[in-house]
Design a protein around this ligand. Structure first.
Ligand SMILES: NC(=O)C1=CN([C@@H]2O[C@H](COP(=O)(O)OP(=O)(O)OC[C@H]3O[C@@H](n4cnc5c(N)ncnc54)[C@H](O)[C@@H]3O)[C@@H](O)[C@H]2O)[C@@H](O)CC1
Ligand SMILES: Nc1ncnc2c1ncn2[C@@H]1O[C@H](COP(=O)(O)OP(=O)(O)O)[C@@H](O)[C@H]1O
Ligand SMILES: [K+]
Length: 505
């Protein structure tokens, strides 16, 4: 699936109508009819349905839904929230068809009348506002949306929950809290914005027959789904040896935080790495070795329990490096981190405290010749950009894209909807994972999986997207069977990798 902004959607629409010659009323018929089919699968004929229609094309879809339901023996009540003269074009055409099919339309005279309509219905179909919303809500939409949210009725939104912006940038809004949203043709950006996702409820896409050529090459944002993992994840060659699957180096850990690198190493081995070496402070090695028998070690000199600057590390024999987990934020560790990142001629993944050290001197990553992968969560992203977390929440797609382009890096912006960005500005949103991962250590496990993935035969963007998918999928499988979102631990996710890899082998 592509992920579109409102403008991109309008552009696709324009192409369909002007270049491909599709009539706009047909697109509206297709949209309304496809959504009516979904409504039929959720609602019984005996139930009362209230269709709330606005003045634009979203309202037009509402008329088609009402007409289709009426034709199938339902008795929808259509409540028009805008003046008659505001309904134009395709929406007016479908309003007239609805009337011709025997439908009647009621009009809201005063905002507070809405409670009477809501009290008399079982189901609300929200066809008030779609991607055409501008500015703050005007009456009666503000009051109607609040009233719908206050009553406990099954609420089904058309294309987008009314009031929710389609695009990035708006943090404050009043929106319908839908139970279901049937998104037309392609998910809008806000489906994946963490301050908007919940409004959509259970969402899915309905296709309305827009010409594929209208957008196949233009949209740079996509979802990463199981089918893509199936077609890109390399299988293990029967004649391979440990060297064929990558020799990875993990640099991090400290006396205070030995567990993080242990989890990264274990996850990396479970995700298919051939050989893993952990470079960490020598006093942490015995405890880490007990957790991870398969790893080898590179003991590092330490100062107050953290990796000290004064030492040479031979990084020449590794295929990829992950650096930063649990290493702390001491100045000396930072100097060494930047030296290693600058010197390494293989892919380097930078996570956690490594991101802090890099944020002090971003030119170190910009100047690198081999691939650099940064894996910040929203707080670390704000630190890298020297901005607020609120700003990252408001603009995750555009900030990630511009950062990747500017510094020539691959960025994995972690969250409930993790976004992978490449230096050309392409983006993929991961579709797996749950709140059980919102726990210390999940990021360390992800780094290990990604380190393994980037050492297998696949493109860098596929490696990163597959790694995120597998990490989230392991957590999803675990909360269905063995665990819950409450008790899930990062170490469980490592064990759960088996269930995911087995489905792809
Ligand atoms: N290719 C597509 O994507 C298709 C889209 N269709 C529908 O068309 C919708 C977009 O239609 P429109 O561009 O007409 O836009 P909308 O229907 O989303 O809204 C525009 C209308 O809302 C009013 N409005 C805007 N901001 C408002 C505010 N803050 N407070 C109160 N009223 C406000 C405007 O005066 C205008 O009349 C989509 O969301 C979708 O539902 C379908 O008809 C089928 C084809
Ligand atoms: N609510 C959530 N839903 C899905 N995935 C989540 C959620 N919260 C966190 N994650 C995932 O868990 C990982 C957390 O990483 P991070 O914040 O770096 O953890 P830590 O540094 O504590 O190990 C990321 O991969 C993120 O995408
Ligand atoms: K809507």
């Amino acid at each position: 699936m592509h992920i579109v902004t409102a403008n991109e959607m309008y552009e696709i629409d324009r192409f369909a109508i002007e270049n491909a010659g599709v009539d706009g009323t047909i697109l509206m018929e297709n949209a309304g009819r496809a959504i009516a089919e979904k409504v039929v699968s959720l609602v019984k004929k005996s139930e009362e349905i209230l269709v709330l229609v606005g003045s634009g094309n979203n309202g037009g879809d509402g008329f088609v839904i009402a007409k289709t339901l009426l034709n199938q023996g339902y008795k929808p009540t259509v409540l028009q929230l805008a003046a008659n003269e505001k309904i134009k074009g395709a929406a007016l055409y479908h309003k007239q068809l609805f009337i011709n099919y025997g439908g009647t339309i009621q009009q809201l005279q005063a905002s507070d009348e809405i409670t009477v309509f809501l009290n008399n219905t079982d189901v609300v179909i929200d066809a008030m506002l779609g991607i055409g919303i501008t500015g703050t809500l005007r009456p009666p939409f503000d009051q109607v949306i609040k009233a719908v949210n206050e009553v406990d009725k099954l609420t089904i939104s058309v294309d987008i929950p009314s009031g929710v912006p389609a695009d990035e940038g708006v943090l404050d809004f009043i929106g319908i809290e839908a139970d279901y949203t049937f998104v037309i043709e392609e998910p809008k950006m806000s489906v994946f914005l963490e301050h908007c996702t919940a409004y959509y409820g259970n969402w899915s896409v309905v296709k309305i027959g827009l010409p594929h050529q209208a957008y196949a090459n233009q949209i740079k944002r996509n979802t990463w789904v199981e089918q893509k993992v199936r077609t890109t994840l390399p299988s293990r060659d029967a004649f391979s040896h440990k060297g064929s699957h990558g020799r990875g180096l993990i640099i991090g850990g400290s006396r205070q935080m030995p567990g993080s690198v242990a989890m990264t190493a274990l996850a990396s081995l479970r995700a298919g790495s051939g050989l893993i070496t952990i470079a960490t402070v020598k006093e942490a090695i015995s405890s880490i070795a007990q957790q991870c028998l398969e790893a080898t070690f590179l003991p590092l000199a330490s100062q107050e329990g953290v990796i000290s600057e004064r030492q040479q590390i031979d990084i020449s024999t590794y295929d990829a490096i992950a650096i930063g987990m649990g290493m702390g934020r001491k100045k000396d560790t930072g100097l060494l981190t930047r030296k290693i990142v600058a010197k390494a001629k293989v892919p380097v993944l930078i996570d956690a405290d490594g991101l802090y050290h890099i944020s002090e001197e971003l030119s170190v990553i910009t100047n690198r010749k081999s691939p650099t992968i940064l894996t910040p969560h929203f707080g670390e992203m704000a630190m890298l950009l020297d901005t607020t977390i609120q700003n990252v929440i408001a603009h995750p797609f555009s900030l990630a894209e511009s950062f990747s382009r500017k510094h020539g890096v691959y960025l994995v912006l972690k969250g409930p909807n993790t976004i992978v960005s490449d230096p050309e500005g392409n983006q993929w949103v991961n579709t797996t994972g749950n709140a059980g991962l919102a726990k210390g250590g999940s990021g360390d496990v992800l780094s290990g999986i990604l380190l393994a993935m980037i050492m297998q035969r696949q493109k860098m963007t596929e490696a990163l997207s597959n790694g995120c998918f597998i990490h989230g999928k392991a957590a999803d499988n675990l909360v269905v069977k063995k665990h819950s979102e409450q008790d899930l631990l990062a170490t469980d996710v490592i064990k759960g990798l088996a269930s995911v890899f087995r489905t792809f082998s």
